[in-house]
Design a binder for this molecule. Structure first.
Ligand SMILES: Nc1nc2c(ncn2[C@@H]2O[C@H](COP(=O)(O)OP(=O)(O)O)[C@@H](O)[C@H]2O)c(=O)[nH]1
Ligand SMILES: [Mg+2]
Length: 356
C-alpha cells in the first residue's frame, strides 16, 4: 500500500487536490481512502469527502503527530477491511514535523508501506510572503510555514492559475534557492491534467530509505499553533418561508465580513451546507476575495450547516463574532437557528506520541 502524506498550510488546496486525485483513481478502479485531520472533532473536510463518495475517516482533536495511534488504527482498517492500495492522509494545515512524528514511526511499524510526503503551498500566499505583503504578521506562523516546506519530498506550488507568470517566476527562483533538491510541481488542482501529473510523480517515487527529521523549536511551533484559534459549530437552519439558503449565505458572508472588518487573518474558514438533495462546501482562505456563494435561488425550509474556522485571534473573540452574526441573522429573517455541538479553543502545545 502507498501512504501519501499531504501537508501544507491551511487553505493551500490539499483537500481539493486529494478529491480530484480520488476521482482519477476511482475511474481506474484503484481502491483508495482518505484520512482527514483537524483540531476539533466535527470536520468539514471529512463530511465533504464522504459527500463526494470518498471513503474517509478522521483523526480529531489534534494533529496526526499527537494522535499517531488513531492514524495507524485507520490505516490498518483501510488495509484490512477495504484493501486500499492508496491512502491519502491530509494533516492539519498548521502542523509540521511530519517526518519525525509520523513518517519515521510509521516506517518502523509498517515497513512495507511506501510513504511519500507532498507539501502544498498557495502560490499567491507564498509570493506575498516573499514580497513582504502577506496578511499574517506573526513570525511564529511564518516559521511553521517555512518548516512545512522543508519537509517535502514533493513541493506542490498550488493555485498557479491565480497569479501572473512574473510572480510565479519569483516563487520558482526563491524556492529553488532556499530548498535545493526538492521536486517542484506547479499545479492548478482544479485541472485534471495537473493532478494527474502529481499522481504520476507520486506513483513513480522511489522508496525513500532515510529522511532527516526537522530541527524544530517546539516553543515557536506551539506559539504559532496557539495563535490560530479553532472553532467548530453545527447548526440547523429552519425557515418556514423557504429562505434557508439565503439565511445560510447571510451567515457565511456575515462571519467572513466580520473577520475581515476586524483585520483578523483567516487561516481557513469553511462551511459545509446540506440541503435535502444537495450539499456544498464554501471555503475562504487568506488569499481569496470571499466571493463564493451558495446558489441563491432554490427554496429550502431546512438546512444543516457545519462551520470550521481557524483564525488568528483568541477563541472568545471568535465565538463572539459567530454568535453575533447568528443573532443578527435571526433578527433579520423569520427563521430559527438551532445550535448543535460546538467547540472553540486555542490548540494545545504539540506533544507528539513518538518523535524519532
Ligand atoms: N483557483 C484555484 N483554487 C484552488 C486551487 N486549489 C484549491 N483551491 C481553492 O482553495 C480553497 C481551499 O482549498 P482546500 O482544498 O480546502 O485547502 P486545504 O485547507 O489545504 O485542504 C478552496 O476554495 C478551493 O476551491 C487551485 O489550484 N486553483
Ligand atoms: Mg483540507
Amino acid at each position: 500500500m502507498k501512504l501519501f502524506l499531504i501537508g501544507g498550510f491551511l487553505g493551500s488546496g490539499k483537500t481539493t487536490a486529494i478529491l480530484k486525485a480520488s476521482q482519477l483513481l476511482e475511474s481506474e478502479g484503484v481502491p483508495m481512502a482518505v484520512v482527514t485531520n483537524d483540531q476539533g472533532d466535527q470536520q468539514v473536510d471529512a463530511a465533504f469527502f464522504r459527500s463526494q463518495g470518498v471513503q474517509a475517516e478522521e483523526v480529531s482533536n489534534g494533529c496526526f503527530c499527537c494522535n499517531f495511534d488513531r492514524l495507524d488504527h485507520h490505516i490498518g482498517r483501510m488495509l484490512e477491511d477495504f484493501n486500499a492500495e492508496v491512502v491519502f492522509a491530509e494533516s492539519v494545515g498548521s502542523c509540521t514535523d511530519l517526518i519525525a512524528t509520523v513518517a519515521k514511526p510509521m516506517a518502523r511499524l509498517r515497513p512495507d508501506l511506501r510513504m511519500i510526503i507532498s507539501v502544498f503551498t498557495d502560490a499567491d500566499l507564498l509570493a506575498s510572503l516573499i514580497e513582504g505583503s502577506a496578511r499574517f504578521t506573526s513570525d511564529d506562523l511564518r516559521y511553521i510555514y517555512k518548516k512545512q516546506l522543508e519537509e517535502a519530498d514533493i513541493l506542490v506550488v498550488n493555485k498557479i492559475d491565480l497569479i501572473p507568470p512574473s510572480r510565479l517566476e519569483l516563487v520558482r527562483q526563491t524556492i529553488t534557492e532556499e530548498y535545493p533538491g526538492k521536486v517542484l510541481l506547479f499545479q492548478n488542482s482544479l485541472k485534471d491534467e495537473d493532478v494527474r501529473a502529481w499522481l504520476d510523480t507520486l506513483n513513480e517515487w522511489p522508496i525513500v530509505g532515510h529522511r532527516n527529521s526537522l530541527e524544530l523549536d517546539y516553543d515557536r511551533y506551539g506559539d504559532g499553533e496557539a495563535q490560530l484559534a479553532w472553532l467548530d459549530k453545527s447548526l440547523v437552519i429552519s425557515s418556514p418561508y423557504g429562505e434557508a439558503v439565503r439565511v445560510a449565505d447571510r451567515i457565511i458572508h456575515g462571519i467572513y465580513s466580520s473577520l475581515m472588518s476586524r483585520n483578523l487573518a483567516i487561516g481557513h474558514l469553511k462551511f459545509f451546507v446540506e440541503g435535502e438533495n444537495w450539499n456544498k462546501k464554501i471555503s475562504f482562505t487568506m488569499t481569496d476575495s470571499g466571493s463564493e456563494q451558495l446558489s441563491g435561488s432554490q427554496k429550502e425550509t431546512n438546512l444543516k450547516m457545519l462551520i470550521n474556522a481557524r483564525v488568528q485571534t483568541d477563541p472568545e473573540q471568535l465565538t463572539q463574532i459567530v454568535h453575533d452574526v447568528l443573532n443578527n441573522v435571526v433578527a433579520m429573517y423569520a427563521c430559527k437557528i438551532e445550535v448543535g455541538r460546538w467547540t472553540a479553543f486555542s490548540p494545545a502545545y504539540p506533544r507528539p506520541t513518538y518523535r524519532i
